[in-house]
Design a protein. Sequence first.
Length: 182
Amino acid sequence: MRYGSFVLVVTLAGSLTGQQATDPMRHTFLQRVDDYVALHRRLEGPLPPEVVTADVEALFAPRRALAAAIRTARPNAAQGEIFTPAVARYFRIVVAEALREGAIEDMLGIVEEENVVKMTPRVNADYPAGASIPLMPTSLLAALPPLPPELEYRFLGRDLILWDVHAGLIVDFVPAAIPATT
C-alpha cells in the first residue's frame, strides 16, 4: 500500500511540474499580446472608422492608415517578439496535441488546399493579397490562448501567424507550427 501511494504522489508531482512549465509561456505570450493590442488601440483611436462604400480606396483607407501607423511605431519588429523562442516551442506542442486529439491528420493539406497563394510570412507584412483565410479547427482554437478581437490565429503553409485583422498585418509567427507528420 505504501508503494502505491508513493507512485501516486510522484505521478501528481510530475504532472504539476509539466503544467507549471507551460503556464509561464502562456502568460508571457498573453502579456506581449496585451502590449501589442494597447499600441494597436492607441493608434487606431484617432483614425476615421471604416465606411461601407463601393469606393475600394475609401473602403481600405482606414486599414492602410492603421497598418502604416503600426509599421511606424514598430519599425524594427521581428519574428520572435511575441512568439519568443520558448513560447514558439510551447505553441508547437499545443498545436501538435490539439491536432492529435482532434484526429486532424492532414492539417497542412487542409491549409494548402484553401490557400493557393504561397508566401513566407514576414512581420509587419500584409496578409497576402488574394489568399484565402482558412478556418481554424475548433479543437485547435480551444487549445490556444484566447485573443482579443483585433487579432486572430491563421496558418500560412506550416507557419502559425498572429494576424492583426483591422490592419491586415502579420504581427508575428511561429515557423513550422504544423508538425511535419501531418
